[in-house]
Design a protein around this ligand. Structure first.
Ligand SMILES: [Zn+2]
Length: 459
């Protein structure tokens, strides 16, 4: 997706405001994540990883339970006041975080904070199609949202690293609160139309459609594995960085931010270089290379965790964290394009929603592993477990996603199984079959992916 395609999108003033509101809120959440890691260390010391693992697991539990429920009711709520209220709640919670002195208070505040975030996202997503009635604009907006989320994970640690050289981490929470305040102000400035009636069915229906497309499309089964690879490597970064820097490397809070920034820098480099490469090679080699890079990065981290002391470990760690950022970007950047390719326009929101849930499910597996296992068994065993998860995801992706994955498929339809109006361009091959060629996606007329044998018969 090139920047010029986004330019036309950002000419919609209300969309631009709302998008900026979403981005500020995202950055708010991102800064909180960094500050939270440091707060957990202040309160729990060596057990900080377990605290973070639990806090992030709570986040994911809230995301997979609250988001669908809110999404189902999003069309009945007064949307603008609701979004403003959610930002106010988040801002207030974040301002409370520096005053915390008990670990259970972290969990409680995180549960409330993430409930507000989990309610914000689907409400925001439900508004976009009403602001952007044009199908293509809407699809671009879905990609922009996904890209923004990716950019946030890489840019907020860098921002935090820069800030931490000047101030203590408690002030990061203030920066976060400002992010939510800006977000609320922008929502207030946006004209949000009343919800369109007859939207694309209930969330339950949409999620079922999305999951069905996922299960039936080979390249998306591959994406399922890739989600797990990203979560396994990402959990190590998110949960273990603080303890690794402070306890093993003997670094400070700016050391923590520096490693997170290296991770973000890797993501940034690849995300910028990728669009041109993607045009040439297609998504599969790029994403599988990304997955291999993440497995390699985890392997190098395991080796590093068994190495003796020495300052060289800093440069090794910086390289590994950078590598993992790069691998993550190679998987996340093309994901939106992959989803767009795999559904009719009408089914795309369902598919993006399914990816939202499925990717969070992968984090729900990997966060507790990274958090609780480290406290009990140390980095080496934890990262061996994570590399096991990542390796399994990589194997699934490689097996499920066929090397040859053209957009257009020549395939047969049996007479009587499809509306004849859809076969106007088809040719009759025998008494019972029609043949035609078009971009193949799972839909009502194409409920299953053709097998290799069926494709050979159609050729
Ligand atoms: Zn067809």
């Amino acid at each position: 997706m090139s920047t010029s395609q986004f330019t036309s999108l950002f000419q919609h003033r209300d969309y631009l405001r709302l998008f900026t509101a979403q981005v500020s809120a995202l950055f708010g959440t991102g800064l909180t994540t960094v500050a939270l890691g440091l707060l957990a260390y202040e309160l729990a010391g060596a057990a900080a990883g377990a605290v973070l693992g639990t806090a992030l697991t709570i986040k994911m539990l809230v995301y997979v339970t609250v988001a669908p429920v809110v999404a189902a009711f999003a069309h009945r709520l007064p949307r603008r006041p609701f979004l403003v209220a959610l930002n106010a709640v988040r801002g207030a919670i974040v301002l409370g975080l520096p005053f915390i002195d008990q670990i259970w208070q972290i969990y409680l505040l995180i549960a409330i904070l993430q409930t507000a975030s989990a309610a914000f996202t689907p409400t925001y997503q439900a508004i976009i199609p009403d602001i952007l009635p044009d199908e293509r604009d809407y699809t671009r907006a879905l990609s922009a949202a996904q890209l923004a989320a990716t950019m946030e994970t890489l840019l907020s640690p860098m921002l935090a690293a820069a800030a931490l050289t000047l101030i203590s981490f408690h002030w990061l929470f203030v920066g976060t609160a400002i992010g939510f305040a800006v977000s609320a102000a922008l929502v207030l400035a946006t004209r949000i139309p009343g919800p369109a009636t007859g939207a694309a069915g209930s969330f339950r229906e949409r999620i079922t459609v999305g999951l069905r497309i996922f299960a039936a499309t080979p390249r998306l089964r591959g994406l399922l594995g890739l989600n797990l690879v990203v979560a396994a490597a990402g959990s190590m970064i998110m949960v273990n960085t603080v303890n690794y820097v402070r306890d093993t490397l003997g670094g400070t809070q700016s050391g923590v931010a520096m490693l997170l920034a290296a991770n973000g820098f890797g993501t940034l480099l690849v995300a910028m270089a990728l669009p041109r490469l993607l045009d040439r090679t297609g998504a599969r080699p790029v994403m599988l290379t990304g997955a291999a890079t993440l497995v390699l990065g985890l392997g190098a981290a395991i080796a590093l965790s068994t190495a003796g002391a020495g300052d060289w470990r800093w440069s090794a760690a910086l390289t590994i964290w950078l590598l993992i950022g790069a691998g993550t970007a190679a998987i996340l950047t093309p994901t939106g394009q992959l989803l767009r390719r795999s559904a009719r326009p009408a089914d795309r929101p369902a598919l993006f929603a399914a990816q939202f849930s499925l990717s969070h499910l992968a984090w729900l597996i990997s966060y507790p592993v990274a958090g609780w296992l480290t406290a009990a068994a140390g980095f080496t065993l934890t990262w061996i477990t994570l590399i096991g998860l990542a390796g399994a995801g990589f194997a699934v992706a490689q097996r499920m996603w066929p090397r040859r994955d053209p957009e257009q498929l020549t395939h047969l339809h049996a007479v009587g199984t499809i509306d004849p109006a859809r076969l106007r361009d088809a040719e009759r091959v025998d008494a019972t079959h029609y043949r035609h060629t078009h971009p193949y996606v799972i839909d009502v007329d194409h409920p299953r992916w053709p097998t290799a044998r069926q494709l050979a018969a159609a050729a």
